[in-house]
Design a protein around this ligand. Sequence first.
Ligand code: SAM
Length: 280
Amino acid sequence: MKDVFFVERDPYAPIRHQYPVSRVLHEEKSEYQEILVLESPHFGKLLILDGVVQLDERYEFMYHEFIAHVPLYAHPDPQEVLIIGGGDGGTLREVLKHESVKRAVLVDIDRRVIEVSKEFFPTLSSGFDDPRATVINEDGYKYIQECEGEFDVVIVDSTDPVGFAHVLTTEDFFRFVNRALKEEGIFTAQTESLHYHLEMVVRIQKTLKKVFPVVDLYTSVVPIYAGYWWTYSIASKKHPVREPSREVKVSTKIYSEQMHRYAFLPEDLYGRILEGKFSF
Ligand code: SAM
Protein backbone atom coordinates (compact mmCIF):
# COMPACT_ATOMS: atom_id res chain seq x y z
CA MET A 1 0.00 0.00 0.00
CA LYS A 2 1.95 3.01 -1.23
CA ASP A 3 0.89 6.59 -0.47
CA VAL A 4 -2.25 5.53 1.37
CA PHE A 5 -3.45 7.92 4.08
CA PHE A 6 -5.97 7.70 6.92
CA VAL A 7 -7.76 11.01 7.49
CA GLU A 8 -8.98 11.42 11.05
CA ARG A 9 -12.66 12.34 11.64
CA ASP A 10 -12.48 14.19 14.94
CA PRO A 11 -15.87 15.87 15.50
CA TYR A 12 -14.33 18.51 17.80
CA ALA A 13 -11.07 19.49 16.14
CA PRO A 14 -10.77 22.38 13.71
CA ILE A 15 -8.05 20.47 11.83
CA ARG A 16 -7.82 17.01 10.28
CA HIS A 17 -4.73 14.89 10.88
CA GLN A 18 -3.68 12.64 8.02
CA TYR A 19 -1.55 9.55 8.73
CA PRO A 20 0.41 7.55 6.15
CA VAL A 21 -0.68 3.91 6.49
CA SER A 22 1.41 0.85 5.69
CA ARG A 23 -1.17 -1.82 6.69
CA VAL A 24 -4.75 -2.20 7.89
CA LEU A 25 -4.53 -4.74 10.72
CA HIS A 26 -8.09 -4.83 12.03
CA GLU A 27 -11.49 -3.31 11.31
CA GLU A 28 -14.83 -3.97 13.05
CA LYS A 29 -18.00 -2.35 14.29
CA SER A 30 -18.55 -3.26 17.95
CA GLU A 31 -21.82 -2.75 19.80
CA TYR A 32 -20.60 0.77 20.70
CA GLN A 33 -18.13 2.04 18.11
CA GLU A 34 -16.04 1.45 14.99
CA ILE A 35 -12.67 -0.05 15.95
CA LEU A 36 -9.76 0.24 13.55
CA VAL A 37 -6.09 -0.76 13.97
CA LEU A 38 -3.63 0.60 11.40
CA GLU A 39 0.12 0.46 11.05
CA SER A 40 1.88 3.71 10.24
CA PRO A 41 5.60 4.02 9.39
CA HIS A 42 6.39 6.79 11.87
CA PHE A 43 3.90 6.11 14.69
CA GLY A 44 3.78 2.29 14.84
CA LYS A 45 0.32 0.83 15.37
CA LEU A 46 -2.62 3.20 15.83
CA LEU A 47 -5.89 2.48 17.67
CA ILE A 48 -8.79 4.42 16.14
CA LEU A 49 -12.34 4.56 17.58
CA ASP A 50 -15.15 6.11 15.54
CA GLY A 51 -12.58 7.73 13.25
CA VAL A 52 -10.59 9.37 16.09
CA VAL A 53 -7.02 8.24 16.85
CA GLN A 54 -6.85 7.18 20.52
CA LEU A 55 -3.22 6.20 20.71
CA ASP A 56 -0.10 5.36 18.80
CA GLU A 57 2.68 3.07 19.94
CA ARG A 58 5.42 5.68 19.67
CA TYR A 59 4.08 8.54 21.79
CA GLU A 60 1.41 6.93 24.01
CA PHE A 61 3.60 7.25 27.12
CA MET A 62 3.35 11.07 26.88
CA TYR A 63 -0.35 10.70 27.71
CA HIS A 64 -0.50 7.61 29.94
CA GLU A 65 2.34 8.63 32.27
CA PHE A 66 0.68 11.98 33.00
CA ILE A 67 -2.90 10.81 33.39
CA ALA A 68 -1.75 8.13 35.88
CA HIS A 69 1.28 9.38 37.81
CA VAL A 70 0.17 12.94 38.59
CA PRO A 71 -2.86 11.83 40.69
CA LEU A 72 -1.10 8.75 42.07
CA TYR A 73 1.94 10.74 43.23
CA ALA A 74 -0.20 13.60 44.56
CA HIS A 75 -1.82 10.97 46.81
CA PRO A 76 0.29 9.87 49.81
CA ASP A 77 -0.63 6.18 49.63
CA PRO A 78 -2.82 5.09 46.70
CA GLN A 79 -4.05 1.54 47.20
CA GLU A 80 -7.41 1.24 45.43
CA VAL A 81 -7.70 2.80 41.97
CA LEU A 82 -10.66 3.02 39.57
CA ILE A 83 -10.11 3.68 35.86
CA ILE A 84 -13.18 4.52 33.76
CA GLY A 85 -12.56 3.94 30.05
CA GLY A 86 -8.92 3.20 29.28
CA GLY A 87 -9.76 -0.08 27.50
CA ASP A 88 -6.42 -0.06 25.69
CA GLY A 89 -4.71 -0.76 29.04
CA GLY A 90 -2.07 2.03 28.91
CA THR A 91 -3.32 3.83 32.03
CA LEU A 92 -3.71 0.53 33.88
CA ARG A 93 -0.11 -0.39 33.02
CA GLU A 94 1.13 2.87 34.59
CA VAL A 95 -1.13 2.58 37.67
CA LEU A 96 0.15 -0.93 38.37
CA LYS A 97 3.75 0.32 38.45
CA HIS A 98 2.93 1.66 41.93
CA GLU A 99 3.74 -0.97 44.54
CA SER A 100 1.24 0.62 46.94
CA VAL A 101 -1.65 -0.26 44.58
CA LYS A 102 -3.43 -3.35 45.82
CA ARG A 103 -6.45 -3.24 43.49
CA ALA A 104 -7.06 -1.52 40.15
CA VAL A 105 -10.57 -1.74 38.68
CA LEU A 106 -10.97 -0.84 35.00
CA VAL A 107 -14.51 -0.17 33.77
CA ASP A 108 -14.76 0.16 30.00
CA ILE A 109 -18.16 0.02 28.34
CA ASP A 110 -16.76 -1.84 25.32
CA ARG A 111 -15.15 -5.26 25.91
CA ARG A 112 -14.02 -5.36 22.27
CA VAL A 113 -11.57 -2.46 22.81
CA ILE A 114 -9.90 -4.54 25.54
CA GLU A 115 -9.80 -7.67 23.38
CA VAL A 116 -8.41 -5.80 20.38
CA SER A 117 -5.75 -4.17 22.57
CA LYS A 118 -4.72 -7.57 23.97
CA GLU A 119 -4.29 -8.83 20.41
CA PHE A 120 -2.54 -5.85 18.79
CA PHE A 121 -1.01 -3.75 21.60
CA PRO A 122 0.81 -6.12 23.98
CA THR A 123 2.99 -3.32 25.37
CA LEU A 124 -0.12 -1.43 26.49
CA SER A 125 -2.34 -4.30 27.60
CA SER A 126 0.20 -6.14 29.79
CA GLY A 127 -1.56 -5.00 32.98
CA PHE A 128 -4.72 -7.00 32.25
CA ASP A 129 -2.88 -10.16 33.38
CA ASP A 130 -1.84 -8.64 36.71
CA PRO A 131 -3.68 -10.31 39.63
CA ARG A 132 -4.38 -6.85 41.12
CA ALA A 133 -6.45 -5.85 38.04
CA THR A 134 -10.21 -6.36 37.70
CA VAL A 135 -11.97 -5.60 34.42
CA ILE A 136 -15.66 -4.74 34.24
CA ASN A 137 -17.57 -4.05 31.02
CA GLU A 138 -20.19 -1.52 31.98
CA ASP A 139 -21.01 2.16 31.55
CA GLY A 140 -18.74 3.99 34.03
CA TYR A 141 -21.58 6.36 34.90
CA LYS A 142 -23.71 3.43 36.01
CA TYR A 143 -20.86 1.62 37.80
CA ILE A 144 -19.80 4.58 39.91
CA GLN A 145 -23.29 4.99 41.36
CA GLU A 146 -22.77 1.74 43.28
CA CYS A 147 -19.48 2.85 44.90
CA GLU A 148 -19.05 4.59 48.27
CA GLY A 149 -15.77 5.48 50.03
CA GLU A 150 -13.99 2.80 48.06
CA PHE A 151 -11.20 4.37 46.00
CA ASP A 152 -8.09 6.47 46.67
CA VAL A 153 -7.84 7.59 43.05
CA VAL A 154 -10.42 7.67 40.23
CA ILE A 155 -9.20 8.29 36.66
CA VAL A 156 -11.40 8.95 33.62
CA ASP A 157 -9.55 7.92 30.46
CA SER A 158 -12.45 8.16 28.05
CA THR A 159 -13.12 8.96 24.45
CA ASP A 160 -14.10 12.57 23.57
CA PRO A 161 -17.14 13.77 25.57
CA VAL A 162 -19.70 13.05 22.88
CA GLY A 163 -22.21 10.16 22.80
CA PHE A 164 -21.85 7.67 25.66
CA ALA A 165 -18.76 9.45 27.04
CA HIS A 166 -20.61 12.77 27.53
CA VAL A 167 -22.09 11.79 30.92
CA LEU A 168 -18.56 11.52 32.32
CA THR A 169 -18.24 15.33 32.34
CA THR A 170 -21.51 16.18 34.14
CA GLU A 171 -21.99 17.52 37.69
CA ASP A 172 -24.00 14.42 38.59
CA PHE A 173 -21.11 12.20 37.60
CA PHE A 174 -18.59 14.29 39.57
CA ARG A 175 -20.82 13.99 42.67
CA PHE A 176 -20.84 10.21 42.28
CA VAL A 177 -17.03 10.27 41.92
CA ASN A 178 -16.74 12.32 45.10
CA ARG A 179 -18.86 9.76 46.96
CA ALA A 180 -16.86 6.85 45.49
CA LEU A 181 -13.59 8.32 46.79
CA LYS A 182 -12.18 7.81 50.28
CA GLU A 183 -11.61 10.87 52.49
CA GLU A 184 -8.21 11.63 50.95
CA GLY A 185 -9.29 10.77 47.41
CA ILE A 186 -8.11 12.34 44.16
CA PHE A 187 -9.82 12.42 40.76
CA THR A 188 -8.33 13.05 37.29
CA ALA A 189 -9.88 13.13 33.83
CA GLN A 190 -8.53 13.85 30.37
CA THR A 191 -10.25 17.07 29.30
CA GLU A 192 -9.20 17.69 25.70
CA SER A 193 -7.01 20.39 24.14
CA LEU A 194 -6.16 23.58 26.02
CA HIS A 195 -6.52 25.87 23.01
CA TYR A 196 -9.03 24.14 20.71
CA HIS A 197 -11.41 23.20 23.55
CA LEU A 198 -10.83 25.97 26.06
CA GLU A 199 -14.55 26.57 26.67
CA MET A 200 -15.08 22.91 27.50
CA VAL A 201 -12.04 22.89 29.79
CA VAL A 202 -13.39 25.92 31.69
CA ARG A 203 -16.89 24.40 31.92
CA ILE A 204 -15.48 21.15 33.37
CA GLN A 205 -13.23 23.04 35.81
CA LYS A 206 -16.12 25.17 37.07
CA THR A 207 -18.35 22.11 37.45
CA LEU A 208 -15.63 20.30 39.42
CA LYS A 209 -15.28 23.32 41.72
CA LYS A 210 -18.93 22.89 42.75
CA VAL A 211 -18.08 19.42 44.05
CA PHE A 212 -14.43 19.37 45.25
CA PRO A 213 -12.48 21.79 47.49
CA VAL A 214 -9.24 21.49 45.46
CA VAL A 215 -9.44 21.71 41.66
CA ASP A 216 -6.59 22.29 39.23
CA LEU A 217 -5.48 21.87 35.64
CA TYR A 218 -2.35 20.29 34.23
CA THR A 219 -1.18 19.53 30.73
CA SER A 220 1.17 17.40 28.69
CA VAL A 221 2.09 17.38 25.04
CA VAL A 222 0.48 14.50 23.14
CA PRO A 223 1.71 14.56 19.53
CA ILE A 224 -1.26 12.67 18.04
CA TYR A 225 -4.12 14.60 19.68
CA ALA A 226 -5.52 17.58 17.82
CA GLY A 227 -3.90 20.64 19.36
CA TYR A 228 -1.06 18.61 20.99
CA TRP A 229 -1.25 20.60 24.26
CA TRP A 230 -3.55 18.24 26.19
CA THR A 231 -5.32 18.99 29.47
CA TYR A 232 -6.14 16.90 32.51
CA SER A 233 -8.52 18.21 35.15
CA ILE A 234 -7.64 17.11 38.66
CA ALA A 235 -9.75 17.40 41.82
CA SER A 236 -8.88 16.46 45.36
CA LYS A 237 -10.82 16.11 48.62
CA LYS A 238 -7.90 17.07 50.84
CA HIS A 239 -4.36 16.98 49.48
CA PRO A 240 -2.71 19.66 47.33
CA VAL A 241 -1.87 18.29 43.90
CA ARG A 242 0.84 20.51 42.40
CA GLU A 243 3.70 18.64 44.11
CA PRO A 244 4.34 14.91 44.28
CA SER A 245 3.77 13.82 47.87
CA ARG A 246 6.47 11.14 47.71
CA GLU A 247 9.78 10.44 46.00
CA VAL A 248 9.15 9.27 42.41
CA LYS A 249 10.32 5.68 42.21
CA VAL A 250 8.41 4.12 39.31
CA SER A 251 10.21 3.69 36.02
CA THR A 252 9.01 6.22 33.42
CA LYS A 253 10.20 7.75 30.17
CA ILE A 254 9.20 11.35 30.85
CA TYR A 255 7.27 11.79 34.12
CA SER A 256 9.43 12.87 37.07
CA GLU A 257 9.13 15.07 40.17
CA GLN A 258 10.10 18.10 38.08
CA MET A 259 7.75 17.21 35.24
CA HIS A 260 4.93 16.87 37.78
CA ARG A 261 5.47 20.51 38.79
CA TYR A 262 5.99 21.77 35.22
CA ALA A 263 2.76 20.09 34.10
CA PHE A 264 0.66 22.61 36.06
CA LEU A 265 -0.09 26.00 34.51
CA PRO A 266 1.29 28.99 36.44
CA GLU A 267 -1.33 30.13 39.01
CA ASP A 268 -1.70 33.50 37.27
CA LEU A 269 -2.47 32.04 33.83
CA TYR A 270 -4.75 29.40 35.34
CA GLY A 271 -6.67 32.12 37.21
CA ARG A 272 -7.07 34.26 34.10
CA ILE A 273 -8.32 31.28 32.10
CA LEU A 274 -10.98 30.47 34.69
CA GLU A 275 -12.10 34.10 34.96
CA GLY A 276 -12.50 34.27 31.18
CA LYS A 277 -9.72 36.90 30.97
CA PHE A 278 -7.56 34.82 28.66
CA SER A 279 -8.35 33.49 25.23
CA PHE A 280 -6.24 32.21 22.36
N1 SAM B 1 -6.63 8.06 25.66
C1 SAM B 1 -7.72 8.07 24.80
C2 SAM B 1 -8.12 9.43 24.31
O1 SAM B 1 -8.20 10.35 25.11
O2 SAM B 1 -8.34 9.56 23.11
C3 SAM B 1 -8.83 7.27 25.38
C4 SAM B 1 -8.55 5.85 25.10
S1 SAM B 1 -9.61 4.65 25.76
C5 SAM B 1 -9.54 3.48 24.47
C6 SAM B 1 -11.22 5.32 25.74
C7 SAM B 1 -12.25 4.28 26.17
O3 SAM B 1 -13.30 4.94 26.87
C8 SAM B 1 -12.91 3.50 25.03
O4 SAM B 1 -12.45 2.18 25.05
C9 SAM B 1 -14.42 3.62 25.33
O5 SAM B 1 -15.08 2.38 25.14
C10 SAM B 1 -14.40 4.06 26.79
N2 SAM B 1 -15.60 4.78 27.24
C11 SAM B 1 -16.19 5.86 26.69
N3 SAM B 1 -17.28 6.22 27.41
C12 SAM B 1 -17.37 5.34 28.44
C13 SAM B 1 -18.30 5.19 29.52
N4 SAM B 1 -19.36 6.00 29.67
N5 SAM B 1 -18.08 4.19 30.42
C14 SAM B 1 -17.01 3.36 30.28
N6 SAM B 1 -16.12 3.44 29.26
C15 SAM B 1 -16.30 4.43 28.35
